[in-house]
Ligand binder design. Structure first.
Ligand SMILES: [Zn+2]
Length: 321
């Protein structure tokens, strides 16, 4: 009997006013004056995970950790993995190499000091590592990270690298692993299957079918992610942003917690460092696999169209962020 594939459950720890969708209408200089909700939201998530017996990885902003150190310590005490989401949600592709290095170094130091544990994982804000800033992988490796989960190999208006590998790869031929956000392959392209806004806005059966298909057909873990504010229907409404941002941010908040509970029960979940333990424990680098060197043989053949037709149709609107 084969054990079920353990998928990676992840939370991007940021407050409702720090998301990319609101970046144009909320000045970071005003963040400290806004009512914070993240600590109560994270405590709620910790309860749900405890009830389900699930361990997860919390990619946490340094800005948040500084202001909520006791919360960070509760995450660690509950047995979850602490990882970095950068300092203040600045996109990696808008930073210089030196600026990016300072950001990830500062945040890792903060998290390790506050959490009292080693931090080995990083996720760029808004999946902002792509073909134009692959140098970021080299910086992460030099700064002591062992993995990144910063690439989303899909087409999207805010991010995405559809030509990037769908499976774990070593971008620079070094020791750092990139674990790309999960996609399903169908009709010659990649479709998102990693949570976020898609999970909240589309029928949950579509996500489940996609993840089950990945586990069954490809025999490898998927990565799910969500944000603390997504389970918080009572959060203050941000004025002055466009309809698209508001739709992406506020739709179905009241249904998210129960959806996540059902998801926790329907699949096997674990921290990133355990779900991908085989890769992280493996020995010597296997050679360079930059995006330009992508070998088509590592792209899994499409699933039968009949199996995923609903997923594909409904995924045409890009709702993630
Ligand atoms: Zn984020």
């Amino acid at each position: 009997m084969t054990l079920p594939v353990r998928n990676a459950m992840t939370v991007d720890v940021e407050d409702y006013f720090q998301v990319q969708a609101f970046a144009g209408c909320i000045d970071p200089a005003d963040w400290d004056g806004l009512a914070s909700r993240v600590e109560a939201n994270v405590d709620c998530i910790l309860e749900h995970f405890a009830v389900a017996g699930v361990s997860a990885t919390f990619f946490t902003l340094g800005w948040i950790a500084e202001r909520h150190p006791a919360m960070v310590r509760r995450i660690v005490a509950a047995g979850h993995e602490l990882a970095s989401h950068g300092y203040d949600h600045t996109r990696a592709d808008s930073q210089t190499r030196d600026g990016f290095r300072a950001d990830v170094r500062r945040t890792r130091g903060l998290l390790e000091d506050i959490g009292g544990v080693a931090v080995q994982g990083y996720r760029a804000a808004t999946f902002s590592i792509g073909a134009r800033n692959q140098w970021a992988f080299g910086v992460l490796e030099e700064e002591g990270f062992t993995y990144s989960s910063s690439v989303n190999p899909i087409r999207h208006d805010l991010y995405g690298m559809p030509e990037a590998p769908r499976t774990p790869f070593r971008p620079q031929g070094g020791t750092l692993w990139e674990f790309p956000m999960t996609t399903i392959r169908a009709f010659g392209r990649n479709w998102p299957c990693s949570g976020g806004g898609y999970f909240r806005l589309l029928p949950e059966s579509l996500y489940r079918r996609g993840l089950a298909s990945l586990n069954r057909r490809e025999q490898r873990p998927g990565i799910f992610y969500f944000h603390p504010w997504e389970i918080d229907p009572g959060q203050p409404r941000v004025a002055g942003c466009g309809w698209k941002s508001r739709f992406r941010h506020y739709t179905n908040l009241s249904r998210m917690a129960e959806r996540i509970d059902r998801l926790l029960g329907a699949f096997a979940w674990d921290r990133m460092d355990r779900a991908f333990a085989d890769q992280l424990a493996s020995g010597m680098p296997t050679g360079s696999m930059g995006f330009a060197a992508l070998n088509p043989s590592c792209v899994t053949p499409p699933d039968p169209a009949s199996d995923l037709s609903g997923w594909v149709e409904r995924s045409e609107t890009h709702l993630n962020h």
